[in-house]
Write a new protein. Structure first.
Length: 386
């Protein structure tokens, strides 16, 4: 039997522990070879029967290659509740672009064949970046806002999406109220059509002016007007920043502690990065790291005979190597240890679920991830949690 470890706290009783975890007292006593007459000791570690926790899961998939997606879904399709189809860009006039050559119909049909609910990912992404001005002009006037929403409804209906995932990034702090109003108006329209409204949101741990990049996101209000929030709890180490862990667990924990004080845990989904970054050393500000998929990360370490280290605070792996040109590099990535910590957090604070971002449809993460995920969770299929 798989087990968890629980550490006895002051005022705990065996009956209280049994009720908390949903198992009979007799089963916990038998598992730990304890007598009913033995008193618990504060700090004592006891084993608790471990069952997969029912959650929802979300995976972002790219429209670029349906064949790659088909190969990935053969491996993990049974573990995914929502497939977020990335991406459809909104224009300044409220029109929504369908990526050239994209097989939207085929992608949605493929997801549906695995009983995965497809979500249209609507972004303010320009060819260069997530563009604040695109959001501002698309929703700043009531006519443009109405056109954006009408065009979105048309696409959802045309292709058979189950709802939308709004991924508007770099929104200006001065547009905080406008962003909330847009999500409110969108929800009021889409709920009439029984479409889901979900959002990708930044990893906030405060709502103060010293964090201006995140001020536009009133997460308490956005949580009220959405079905759930996907927390992008990654990119502390990012492509144009200095080397550090992509999703350090200590910082992820701080973010989720803050967010669960603003939004019910049942409306929060923890985003997990299925990628790493490779920085050339010494780091020069403004230079870009290379995105590394998690299979390639191990291949790099093997090729250059690197030793993988593990940061005990960030709970993240990394290694250094010297390439064939004599240049030193450092790679931060995710492995079985680091994702386990994030899954334990998801279980421990009773989040709605966990989700994933990968830069490619295949390989999607790394094989060990899905073994661990399936041991710890039972993803819901074709339904949403209430």
């Amino acid at each position: 039997m798989a087990t968890d470890i629980y550490v006895v706290q002051p005022d705990d009783t065996m009956g209280g522990i049994a009720n908390r975890f949903g198992f009979p007292v007799s089963e916990i006593l038998e598992l730990n070879r304890l007598s009913p007459l033995e008193k618990l000791v504060v700090g004592q570690a006891i084993l608790i029967p471990f069952l997969p926790k029912t959650i929802e899961s979300l995976a972002y998939f790219h429209l670029a290659d349906v064949t790659d997606l088909a190969n990935t879904l053969e491996e993990i399709g049974q573990l995914v509740t929502y497939g977020a189809v990335f991406q459809f860009s909104v224009a300044a006039d409220g029109s929504i672009a369908i990526p050239e050559g994209a097989d939207v119909e085929g992608t949605v049909s493929l997801l549906r064949s695995y009983n995965i609910l497809p979500l249209l990912v609507l972004t303010n992404l320009s060819p260069q970046r997530f563009e604040p001005a695109l959001f501002k002009t698309a929703v700043s006037s009531e006519p443009n806002k109405a056109k954006t929403i009408a065009n979105l409804v048309s696409l959802l209906e045309r292709y058979g999406f189950a709802g939308v995932n709004i991924d508007f990034e770099n929104v200006s702090s001065e547009d905080r109220e406008a962003f909330t109003a847009f999500i409110r108006d969108l929800k009021l329209v889409l709920e009439e059509w029984s479409y889901l409204v979900t959002l990708a949101v930044p990893p906030k741990n405060s709502d103060t002016p010293d964090n201006p990049a995140h001020l536009a996101y009133d997460l308490q209000a956005l949580g009220n007007w959405s079905d759930f929030l996907f927390v992008m709890a990654y990119d502390w180490g990012y492509v144009k920043g200095p080397p550090e862990a992509v999703a350090p667990l200590n910082k992820v924990q701080k973010v989720m502690a803050y967010l669960t004080g603003k939004v019910p845990a049942s409306k929060l989904m923890l985003g997990i990065p299925l990628y790493g970054y490779d920085w050339q050393l010494p780091y020069t500000p403004g230079t870009a790291a290379s995105v590394v998929n998690l299979v390639k990360a191990i291949e790099l370490a093997r090729r250059y005979q690197a030793v993988i280290q593990y940061d005990p605070v960030a709970q993240s792996p990394y290694f250094k190597y010297v390439d064939t040109a004599g240049k030193e590099h450092i790679v931060w990535f995710e492995d079985a240890r680091s994702v386990t910590g994030k899954y334990q957090l998801t279980r421990g604070i009773n989040l709605r679920g966990a989700g994933f971002w990968s830069s490619k449809n295949t390989p999607y993460g790394f094989p060990q991830n899905w073994v661990i995920f399936q041991e710890m969770f039972q993803p819901m299929k074709g339904a949403i949690l209430i």
